[in-house]
Design a protein around this ligand. Structure first.
Ligand code: OOG
Ligand code: NI
Length: 266
């Protein structure tokens, strides 16, 4: 699979989950802007057979390498950033939930989900847009998971798929500040994630970011019930050059911690 085929499959899955992304992208393109992708991100459970170590080989096979690890103690997550030397290659962010840090009850629900995954399916790159690979949880279980970890509830209902794409704001010519981009997005009727401030990070941290609040969609729960849950969101990133003149390639954990909340139920 080429990186082009990979990202094109991801985009198709993503815009089905986040129709707002298509609208926002088109709004910038209709101003004559070129919309390029800074990065995509995935979520998973730190459990066999779907932990980061099982998903990472697909990213490495596309020509990426691990850049650095990130820890999110209060969210019980760990993550890695990946970069590729191919020109204009988007970065990739993989995170996983440290399931053992949740309650026994939550852990049991999540282990039941992971135990249903066919390990051979995880060996092909399509697993990264395969969605939920287990039976739906109950609405009560969803709420229990969400009370401990919004991330856990998200993965249990939506499975493995890109949770956001990111507009590279360095490439825009008319809205060159994150705050200006957020105002365009609000003008289109989409809510902005203001946790930790609308614009996360600073020029001194070499990365500024903002995001929408995720779209919402009816999904299936056990017993044939359907309920609306947050799905996927759009992010906007502006990078600054470091002392060597090279654009900062990484992520900023204190900002990422708040960006995760773009899929919170609030
Ligand atoms: C990823 C949140 C972190 C960033 O750019 O810092 C992130 C997620 O919501 O799964 O994307
Ligand atoms: Ni991001």
């Amino acid at each position: 699979m080429t990186p082009e085929e990979f990202f094109s499959s991801l985009w198709t899955d993503y815009v089905a989950m986040a129709p707002q992304a298509q609208q926002i992208r088109q709004a910038f393109e209709s101003q004559g802007e070129t919309v390029s992708n800074d990065h995509v991100a995935f979520r998973t459970l730190g459990l066999e057979p779907i932990g980061i170590e099982r998903l990472e080989p697909h990213v490495l096979a596309l020509g990426y390498r691990q850049l650095e690890p990130y820890e999110f103690p209060s969210k019980k997550l760990r993550a890695y950033g990946y970069v590729s030397d191919a020109p204009d290659a988007p970065r990739i962010f993989l995170s996983e939930l440290k399931v053992e840090e949740l309650s026994a009850e939550a852990g049991e629900i999540l282990r039941r989900c992971a135990s249903q995954v066919d390990a051979t399916k995880v060996e092909s790159p399509e697993v990264l847009w395969s969605g939920r690979l287990w039976d739906p949880v109950t609405w009560d279980e969803y709420q229990l998971l969400a009370s401990e970890s919004e991330y856990a509830a998200w993965v249990a209902t939506l499975g493995l798929r890109p949770n956001h794409f990111t507009i590279n704001v360095n490439q825009l010519t008319q809205t060159t500040e994150i705050e200006e981009v957020l105002q365009v997005v609000e003008g289109l009727g989409y809510a902005v994630n203001d946790s930790g401030g609308r614009v996360k990070g600073s020029p001194a941290q070499l990365l500024e970011q903002g995001s929408t609040m995720a779209d919402r969609m009816q999904v299936d729960f056990a017993g044939g019930e359907q309920h609306e849950v947050p799905t996927c969101y759009y992010e906007f990133a502006k990078r600054y050059p470091d002392s060597t003149g090279k654009l900062f390639p990484g992520f900023v954990a204190t900002s990422a911690d708040k960006i995760f909340e773009s899929t919170d139920n609030k």
